[in-house]
Design a protein around this ligand. Structure first.
Ligand SMILES: Cc1cc2nc3c(=O)[nH]c(=O)nc-3n(C[C@H](O)[C@H](O)[C@H](O)COP(=O)(O)O)c2cc1C
Length: 203
């Protein structure tokens, strides 16, 4: 049985464009791959603990018997998030653009899953990502338009952070310009849906 994970991070509720894309993806995916276990990770509906000094020190320096309840709980959550990724062959991330970046909840998710020895290691001074043989599909939405003459650090960041943990095979599908001109919205989504269907057919 295939296992995939869907990660939501929009604060726009039912109005969310990345949610619309993710729902459409899930619908098309289950039509094509009926025997799939889908893990749902909604970072807004089920908030995660925020990485702080307590949590970071629990990762690396506080022995288990000296950990506070907060530290134990946060480590258990971090372990669970990492396990979800380990068992998933495809990671689908809905990544809206907020203030030129990803939602803070999604950044915090990365802070909780990036742990030395578990998702990456240093070997001979080289960093090695440990989540191997996985693909990621990133569904993006931005109110404005991409600037073709500028490097896209939003996309670059997501590609790099996934590569950090060993996920090298990344595909981006997105809608853009939807806040500037509402007449674009349906066309953008139709285009994104076609690309998602192609992704699924060629998977
Ligand atoms: C807090 C906030 C900040 C935003 N910042 C940007 C931005 O920097 N650039 C941009 O093009 N659109 C920006 N937008 C518009 C969103 O990218 C757009 O609404 C997109 O559809 C968000 O995805 P979602 O609908 O799945 O939440 C912002 C929206 C919000 C709510």
């Amino acid at each position: 049985m295939k296992k995939i994970i869907l990660i939501k991070s929009s604060v726009m509720g039912m109005q969310s464009h990345t949610k619309r894309m993710l729902d459409s993806f899930e619908h098309s995916w289950t039509e094509n791959h009926k025997n799939t276990a889908i893990i749902q990770r909604d970072l807004i509906a089920s908030p995660l603990p925020i990485m702080d000094e307590d949590i970071f020190s629990a990762y690396y320096s506080v022995p288990e018997q000296q950990q506070s309840e907060k530290q134990k709980e946060a480590l258990a959550i971090s372990d669970k998030l990492i396990e979800e990724l380990k068992i998933s062959e495809l990671i689908v991330i809905a990544a809206p653009m907020y203030n030129l970046s990803i939602p803070s909840q999604l950044k915090n998710y990365f802070d909780l899953i990036i742990r030395a020895g578990l998702t990456f290691n240093y070997v001979n001074n080289e960093r090695i990502g440990l989540l191997k043989n996985k693909k990621a599909l990133i569904l993006t939405s931005q109110g404005g338009l991409k600037n073709a003459n500028k490097s896209d650090y939003f996309v670059d960041y997501l590609r790099d952070i996934l590569s950090f943990v060993g996920i090298e095979h990344t595909t981006f599908i997105g809608v853009e310009g939807i806040a500037m001109d509402t007449s674009r919205i349906e066309l953008e989504h139709i285009n994104a849906e076609t690309q998602m269907k192609n992704f699924i057919n060629n998977y």
